[in-house]
Design a protein. Structure first.
Length: 442
């Protein structure tokens, strides 16, 4: 299948809005929007927007959160909500999407790559996959139909497929808009009914157009990142605010994507650097990983040229990326989009077969990243890069060709300008069928 990216194990930072009760027994909180300016009479009624993600990888959720923040301040948008659709599905379905994926990453990454390739044939197994999703997503379909938005934005392929199916069967008046959250567009993202696609690269737009997607309905917007990544910040100022050494070469390590054992090996190798440096290692929400990092600090700091600063859960990733000279990370779509927005070069270590391999290819081709497939050679590769400041500067300059810090704004502007759908009443047969689809949450 087309699995979500390993942003699942990254910093996990989210800025949560005020919440109210969720409908139809779902567990996802609904947002209460801040006060907005009055909409001029000439612009028409404010749009009601539903943003749909799936927490099978934190990247899909973070992209949706970025869109939510922009929508909340847009004068053409009224009520807006962000739902994690997995919270309206059966327990089995949630487990398959989240835990099985993580198990494949940690225990059988080659199998994950095989599945990625096996399901990357457009429209193949479409009916089988859709039947499985419908069977497990009854409460989600009912809640979405009751909300009746004017605009639907999907940052994951599963809600996109379900909303397109509702439209095609006359049960829903709105086609989904879809923001693809990797640099390539896997076949799982393809639907037959769509309002607009938003992608990261011109190459992806060309690929999709060749597959039959209307080229006029594809915008190269970039992957939506938090609006904080648009704020100008210098490395010196960010280091002062974070309490980091302003003079040391700073390497930011997104440790959550590697697991406790592999991270320990990676950090031990970084301590072998023969150049002064500080490592800012972000564990995210992994408490065991943060404890392991603290133990490594006690063992090594003060004895070598390298100083490590372990960080747990944080909402300041834009600050840490602004402070860094280089990022070591798995190449999940959201993480690399955030890095590019901060003009931060990358070192990619052991990408997961599938979408991370493809993301890596694009970064290497653009000259914004180096790749290390053998951790014992990592310190040597970094020393070479640190000894070539002109090369590192060129990598930073090259990020400008791929960076889209305003992606969320561009997506919302395009969609806010579209006309609202006509009034819609589902046929009686469709209403009966829709009720048959509804199942109780697992």
């Amino acid at each position: 299948m087309g699995p979500p990216s390993s942003d699942a194990a990254s910093h996990g930072a989210r800025v949560l809005p005020v919440v109210a009760t969720a409908p139809f027994g779902g567990t996802e909180p609904l947002t209460i929007e801040p006060t907005k300016p009055k909409i001029p009479a000439t612009t028409g009624p404010a749009k009601k927007v539903l943003i749909l993600s799936a927490s099978a990888g934190a990247g899909h959720v973070r992209a949706a959160d970025a869109l939510l923040k922009v929508c909340q301040l847009h004068p053409r948008i009224g009520q807006v909500q962000h739902w994690d659709m997995l919270k309206y599905t059966s327990r089995f379905f949630r487990h398959m999407y989240h835990q099985v994926y993580l198990d494949l990453i940690n225990k059988a990454p080659k199998m994950l790559g095989w599945l990625y390739d096996a399901f990357d044939t457009p429209w193949r197994r479409e009916k089988m996959r859709l039947a499985f999703d419908k069977f497990n997503a009854g409460p989600f379909l009912k809640a979405a139909a009751a909300f009746q938005p004017d605009l639907i934005i999907c940052t994951h392929f599963t809600p996109a497929a379900l909303m397109a199916w509702l439209y095609e069967n006359g049960r829903w008046p709105v086609k989904p808009a879809i923001a693809v959250t990797d640099f390539d567009c896997h076949a799982m993202w393809l639907v037959r009914s769509y309002q607009h696609y938003f992608v990261a690269l011109e190459e992806t737009r060309i690929h999709m157009a060749r597959l039959g997607i209307d080229a006029a309905a594809i915008t190269v917007s970039g992957i939506p990142v938090d609006p904080a990544f648009q704020e100008p910040k210098t490395a010196a100022a960010a280091r002062r605010r974070l309490g980091l050494d302003g003079a040391l070469f700073t390497i930011l390590v997104m440790a959550g994507g590697y697991g406790v054992g592999p991270v320990e090996t990676l950090i031990e190798e970084l301590y072998r650097l023969r150049r002064p440096a500080q490592l800012v290692v972000v564990a995210g929400q992994g408490e065991a990983l943060k404890l392991k990092l603290d133990q490594i600090v006690d063992r090594h700091n003060g004895q070598r040229l390298v100083r490590m600063v372990p960080v747990g859960y944080t909402t300041l990733m834009d600050e840490y990326m602004a402070a860094a000279d280089l990022l070591i990370s798995k190449p999940g779509g959201l993480t690399i989009s955030e890095a590019l927005a901060r003009q931060l070069p990358l070192c990619i270590v052991n990408p997961i077969p599938g979408q991370e391999e493809r993301n890596s290819d694009h970064l290497l081709e653009a000259g914004v990243a180096i790749r290390c497939n053998n951790v014992p050679a990592l310190a040597w590769k970094l020393e070479r890069l640190m000894d070539e400041p002109q090369r590192l500067s060129a990598m930073r300059q090259n990020t400008l060709a791929l960076a889209h810090p305003d992606a969320a704004q561009r997506i919302v502007e395009v969609l806010a300008a579209l006309p609202a759908p006509a009034a819609f009443t589902a046929p009686k047969r469709a209403l009966r069928r829709r009720l048959q689809l509804v199942r109780r949450p697992g």
